[in-house]
Design a binder for this molecule. Structure first.
Ligand code: ADP
Length: 251
């Protein structure tokens, strides 16, 4: 798998992506393309292969065949940590923050470090880093809670903190798996606001079930079914696609 020149309009080109588990194709010859500053939402019934697609892109699961080209680099031949360094951030469904540390410390720990430990530690506390932490904290609505231990945050606030921990690494592609699961209606609205704020600087892929939330954030929607694209396009287009209606409503 070789690097190819980046396609001028796409940040991410997924082509013919396939993975088989004991002969069962969880993702089956899937192709889709993500543009800069796009928010692509992947929807589909349980077991459609949505999480597996993100696992393949971030290197957690090895593909059987296909290509995932990110800004000209072939991700399928790279390790998970190399993919992170290439600029791909991934958030899993359950928030994973350091409960005993403050919001500030969680963000500080996630600040990208250099190669020498001492240099990196000295670097962390400088004014540039602090300013960046405050900026991110404001984006994720936690600027007044910088000294609060993460353990005392609500579920929604922990989800935002984890998004902040990815944002501080400045990924060009951010992938979020059901970011509003378990959130209140008010928190969902604020999460949509958060994503709309950050999309201007990067591309985002979101797996989501909540269609109201999808409508608030999606540039385009991909409907996945049995590891393949069932429908793709604007929210309106996919919602009115008879194939999608049949799969969701069973008629
Ligand atoms: P979704 O996120 O759309 O609910 P998943 O990507 O989690 O779907 O799973 C798609 C299918 O692949 C499911 O049938 C699931 O059981 C199967 N699958 C996912 N990961 C593995 C694995 N590591 N080994 C075997 N089967 C798997």
């Amino acid at each position: 798998m070789r690097d190819t020149p980046p396609h001028p309009s796409f940040v991410l080109s997924v082509e013919g992506l396939t993975v088989s588990f004991d002969g069962f194709k969880a993702v089956d010859d899937l192709s889709f393309y993500v543009e800069p500053n796009e928010c692509r939402v992947i929807i589909g019934p349980n077991g459609a292969g949505k999480t597996t697609v993100l696992d393949l892109i971030c290197g957690r699961t090895k593909a059987t065949s296909g290509s995932v080209n990110f800004k000209g680099r072939e991700l399928l031949s790279m390790r998970e940590d190399q993919i992170v360094h290439a600029g791909v951030g991934r958030k899993f469904q359950t928030p994973s923050v350091y409960e005993d540390l403050t919001v500030f410390e969680n963000l500080e720990l996630s600040y990208p470090i250099g190669y020498t430990v001492f240099g990196a530690l000295a670097f962390r506390r400088n004014e540039t880093v602090k300013a960046r932490i405050r900026e991110i904290a404001e984006t994720i609505f936690l600027d007044t809670l910088l000294d609060e231990k993460a353990a005392f945050l609500s579920h929604g606030q922990k989800q935002w903190l984890e998004i902040g921990m990815l944002l501080i690494q400045d990924p060009e592609l951010l992938m979020l798996d059901e970011p509003v699961a378990g959130m209140s209606v008010a928190e969902r609205k604020k999460t949509a606001e958060l994503l709309n704020k950050i999309i201007g600087d990067r591309s985002v892929i979101v797996i989501e079930h909540d269609m109201g939330f999808v409508a608030d954030i999606a540039t385009r929607v991909t409907v996945l079914h049995q590891g393949k694209t069932l429908s793709e396009g604007s929210m309106d287009r996919v919602q009115n696609d008879p194939k999608v209606i049949e799969v969701y409503l069973g008629h």
